[in-house]
Ligand binder design. Structure first.
Ligand code: NAI
Length: 216
């Protein structure tokens, strides 16, 4: 399959397709039309077709798409047919919550290590993974084919730690620290700020209240 340069907006929508298709597959649905998928996901059928056309259209023939095939193909595009090993740096509330989340494994993300600078946390276990001191991180990354680092530390230390991780050979950083990381080209960073989503929610509450008031 030939893949063009795909916009991040399209890539950003793929996980949602993947989730819906996974549910449909689990419910035993074999085929689905773009119209049905559109009603289910509340996006237009033309948006779905346009998105899928970026990847050759996934061979919609006769009645709709083959759910299992589509699920697998989107999984492949997202790289979920491969295994990724990740470590978490920062074994506080957020780090422990992420480490404790079982479903990452189902998607091929293996929780392999956890690191913290606080001596009181060293040796603590999160889902069978022991927290290790920062001094062990270099050897661990190099010896365990770790490709993703999850940063759940405050912003003060994040830039330094990210630099070290890159020098140890990490390919990608899932960054929860509230700071933009300056990494070399080729290193993938995905910033997650849960509060952005909350602020959007807050905006929408206000906007809805305003609209109701205006229409009274
Ligand atoms: P926490 O205080 O429970 O845990 C932070 C952990 O990081 C501590 O165990 C601490 O010892 C460790 N740490 C601090 N500096 C370090 C360094 N340079 N190297 C190694 N370990 C270090 O805090 P919590 O609640 O787990 O949050 C962690 C960070 O994530 C906070 O800075 C917070 O602002 C941020 N955060 C981000 C969210 C997001 O959506 N992006 C959501 C929640 C928190």
């Amino acid at each position: 399959m030939e893949i063009k340069e795909i916009s991040q907006a399209v890539i950003g929508r793929l996980p949602r397709y993947y989730r819906y298709l996974g549910d449909l597959k689990d419910e035993g649905v074999e085929r689905i039309s773009s119209q049905e998928l559109s009603e289910l996901m509340k996006v237009t059928a033309s948006q779905i077709r346009q998105d899928f056309n970026n990847f050759g259209g996934f061979g919609q023939q006769g009645y709709g798409y083959n759910v299992e095939y589509l699920y697998k193909e989107i999984g492949k595009i997202l790289g979920l047919d491969q295994t990724h090993h990740f470590i978490i740096i920062g074994a506080g509330n957020l780090g422990q919550a992420l480490g404790g989340y079982l479903n990452f494994e189902r998607r091929g993300f293996i929780f392999s290590g956890m690191f913290d600078q606080n001596p009181a946390l060293i040796g603590k276990e999160v889902r069978g993974v022991k927290v290790q001191p920062m001094e062990e991180m270099e050897a661990f990354v190099k010896n365990n084919a770790v490709d993703i680092a999850v940063l759940t530390i405050p912003k003060t230390g994040a830039v330094d730690v990210a630099e070290k991780l890159v020098s140890y050979g990490i390919k990608a950083i899932w960054n929860f620290a509230h700071v933009d990381l300056n990494v070399p080209e080729g290193i993938q960073v995905e910033n997650v700020h849960l509060s952005d989503s909350l602020m959007k929610l807050s905006y929408n509450i206000n906007r809805y209240d305003q609209l109701v008031a205006e229409n009274q």
